[in-house]
Design a protein around this ligand. Structure first.
Ligand code: S3P
Length: 168
């Protein structure tokens, strides 16, 4: 049994789907953002403000290395594919699921999410979010071994599609 990693932009549903997938496939679930929060003892928002984005990226890569070799379901932060080293690590895995969602839906989800504070998207206009999203698209596509369209789909439908694609 190998691990399954979920990638995609903010608001793609990586955490929600990851939890369901882990339950269904009897794997442990790890959310890289949550592991970072546990490690640093503060919110990601606070960390960005105190130490900046580059420092966050270092931590993110470290935590990815700590969990990647295991047979877990791992949900990543939307920026995981920005590092070449991370992309190389992801390329070694059989199951990297890119949760692909239309930009308009992502923007809607990000802007109506009151629970998660995302420092890069906070108080940003649609155009500014698009500027973050567009250069990442090819990186998600290059890193995903499986691409699952999630726009207008229910979590259960997405889950079914993933299970079919990974052959479980
Ligand atoms: C980020 C996405 C966030 C979090 C951080 C940076 C990004 O995770 O890691 O705020 O650069 O896209 P989610 O994709 O889970 O929102």
């Amino acid at each position: 049994m190998s691990g399954i990693v979920l990638i995609g932009f903010m608001g793609a549903g990586k955490t929600t789907i990851g939890q369901l997938l882990a339950k269904k496939t009897n794997r442990n679930f790890y959310d890289i953002d949550q592991l970072i929060v546990d490690k640093i003892g503060m919110s990601i928002d606070e960390y960005f403000e105190k130490f900046g984005v580059e420092s966050f990226r270092k931590l993110e890569s470290e935590v990815l290395q700590e969990v990647i070799a295991e047979e877990h379901v791992i949900s990543t932060g939307g920026g995981i594919v920005l590092s070449e080293e991370n992309r190389k690590s992801l390329k070694k895995l059989p199951h990297v699921i890119y949760l692909k969602t239309e930009l308009t839906e992502l923007i809607h989800r990000i802007q109506s999410d009151d629970e998660n504070i995302r420092p890069l998207a906070e108080e940003k206009s649609k155009d500014e979010i698009a500027e973050i999203y567009l250069p990442r698209v090819s990186l998600y596509e290059e890193s995903g071994t499986i691409i699952v369209e999630t726009t207008n789909k229910l979590p259960e439908e997405i889950l079914e599609e993933i299970l079919k694609q990974v052959g479980e």
